[in-house]
Design a protein around this ligand. Structure first.
Ligand code: IMP
Ligand code: MG
Length: 171
C-alpha cells in the first residue's frame, strides 16, 4: 500500500487557521464547548483549538464504526462516558470526516437530550457524494471526492494516523 498526497500540510494549516478565525468571530458571546469525536479528529481538534481565540472548554466522545481491514462503514458504537456537562452551552461538534453522515446524525440525536443551547457541526473533510443523511456541516475545510483517505488523524485499520498530510491509500 502507498499513499498519494491529496492535501498538503500547508493547505491543512491554512484552512484550519481560516476556520478558527471564522469561529472566533461567530462565537464571540456565548460559553462554548468544542466537542471532539475520537479518534479521527484528534489532530484537527488540537490544531483548531489553538486558532479559536475565544475562551472555550473541550469535551471528547468516542465513536467507532468498525471497519477492520475494509473501507466500508460497519456498525456504529458511541461512548459518551467522557461527555462533560453541556447545559446552556454552545456546542461545536468536531469530526474528521463527514462520509455517510451516520456518526454525526447519531451524535446530534444523543446530544439533543443534554440541555445544550446550540449545536453546530465542523468537519475537516466532507465527502459530499457519499452522504446518506440530511446533514450539512456548518463548517468544513475540504470537499473531497469519494476516495478512501488517511493521515492527519484518519486511519486505515488503525494505521497511517500520524501522517502530517492527507492522502489517498493506493494498492
Ligand atoms: P460516517 O459514515 O459519516 O458515519 O463516517 C464514519 C467514520 O468513518 C468517520 O468519522 C471516519 O472516522 C471514518 N471514515 C469515513 N471515511 C473515511 C476515509 O476515507 N478514511 C478514513 N476514515 C474514514
Ligand atoms: Mg470518526
Amino acid at each position: 500500500m502507498s499513499v498519494r498526497q491529496l492535501i498538503s500540510q500547508q493547505e491543512i494549516d491554512q484552512s484550519v487557521a481560516r476556520l478558527g478565525e471564522q469561529m472566533s468571530r461567530e462565537y464571540a458571546e456565548a460559553p462554548l464547548t468544542v466537542l471532539g469525536v475520537l479518534s479521527g479528529s484528534l489532530m484537527f481538534v488540537a490544531d483548531l483549538m489553538r486558532k479559536i481565540t475565544v475562551p472555550h472548554q473541550l469535551g471528547l466522545v468516542q465513536a467507532s464504526s468498525y471497519r477492520g481491514p475494509t473501507t466500508t462503514p460497519g456498525e456504529l458504537t458511541l461512548d459518551l462516558a467522557t461527555l462533560p456537562d453541556l447545559t446552556g452551552r454552545d456546542v461545536l461538534l468536531v469530526d474528521d470526516i463527514l462520509d455517510t453522515g451516520q456518526t454525526v446524525a447519531r451524535l446530534q440525536q444523543e446530544l439533543r437530550a443534554t440541555g445544550l443551547r446550540s449545536l453546530k457541526i465542523a468537519v475537516l473533510l466532507w465527502k459530499r457524494s457519499r452522504m446518506q443523511r440530511d446533514i450539512e456541516p456548518d463548517y468544513f475545510c475540504f470537499d473531497i471526492p469519494d476516495e478512501f483517505v488517511v493521515g492527519y488523524g484518519l486511519d486505515y485499520n488503525g494505521e497511517y494516523r500520524h501522517l502530517p498530510y492527507i492522502g489517498v491509500l493506493e494498492p
